[in-house]
Design a protein around this ligand. Structure first.
Ligand SMILES: Nc1nc2c(c(=O)[nH]1)N(C=O)[C@@H](CNc1ccc(C(=O)N[C@@H](CCC(=O)O)C(=O)O)cc1)CN2
Ligand SMILES: Nc1ncnc2c1ncn2[C@@H]1O[C@H](COP(=O)(O)OP(=O)(O)OP(=O)(O)O)[C@@H](O)[C@H]1O
Length: 181
């Protein structure tokens, strides 16, 4: 097994109690986070494969009148993501990876550079903020120029996903913040 598979398995194997305790601590950090509370347009993701459960975060953001967006795999350029507005009315369909995403309606596509916060999924991360994702390069491409666009990417993870050192490649982006517990 490679490191990606090992950490994915560790993440799936967290017990319900461990998962719950960690998630409550993560949610508390988010609910008290200055940049999140002052943001307007926030991209997040729907969890799969044992990722931190994002539904309570989304509920909180809706309550705070934030606009929430979810990634979809770009229909004509399958290496890129698009962000679509997510409301309680949004129709969800499973993408080719088995992850739920909003049904494409061009009216709901939101320009990436207008996002304030991008919650970023990850498989493994290190102290420096380097991350390893699912291997598609989606978030590395997406966030390549985040610093010039006033976007704040925030990684979300369990403590068991932290590793000593990510052997980072030239295209790997370093996350300025990772919320984990
Ligand atoms: N919740 C969530 N949504 C997300 C991501 C994520 O990491 N988490 N992504 C972050 O980039 C993108 C999806 N990236 C993915 C890349 C590879 C695989 C995957 O399971 N690959 C299979 C083999 C390929 C296949 O089935 O076609 C595997 O690893 O077994 C899944 C998602 C967009 N949406
Ligand atoms: N900024 C970029 N421009 C062009 N290609 C890129 C870029 N970032 C990543 N890639 C390509 O994507 C592929 C997958 O990258 P990598 O294994 O680092 O993905 P990952 O970080 O694990 O996945 P993700 O970002 O989707 O969570 C690499 O082969 C790389 O060539």
């Amino acid at each position: 097994m490679n490191i990606r598979q090992i950490i994915r398995q560790k993440r799936r194997q967290l017990s319900p109690v461990e998962r719950n305790i960690a998630q409550q601590a993560i949610y508390q950090q988010i609910f008290h986070h200055q940049a999140i509370n002052t943001a307007k347009n926030i991209a997040i993701f729907l969890s799969f494969d044992g990722e931190v459960e994002t539904t309570p975060i989304i509920e909180y953001l809706w309550q705070q009148n934030k606009s929430v967006y979810l990634p979809i795999i770009h229909p004509f350029s399958s290496t890129h993501l698009l962000f679509l507005k997510y409301t309680s009315e949004t129709q969800l369909i499973k993408n080719k990876f088995g992850i739920f995403e909003p049904k494409l309606n061009v009216l709901n596509v939101f320009p990436y550079h207008q996002l304030d916060i991008v919650f970023t999924p990850l498989v493994a991360f290190d102290q420096r903020g380097y991350r390893m994702g699912m291997g598609g390069g989606f978030y590395d491409r997406l966030l390549a120029n985040y610093q010039t666009q006033q976007i704040l990417p925030i990684g979300l993870a369990f403590a068991c996903q932290k590793v000593q050192h990510i052997d980072n490649k030239p295209w790997d982006i370093k996350l300025p913040q990772i919320i984990y517990a």
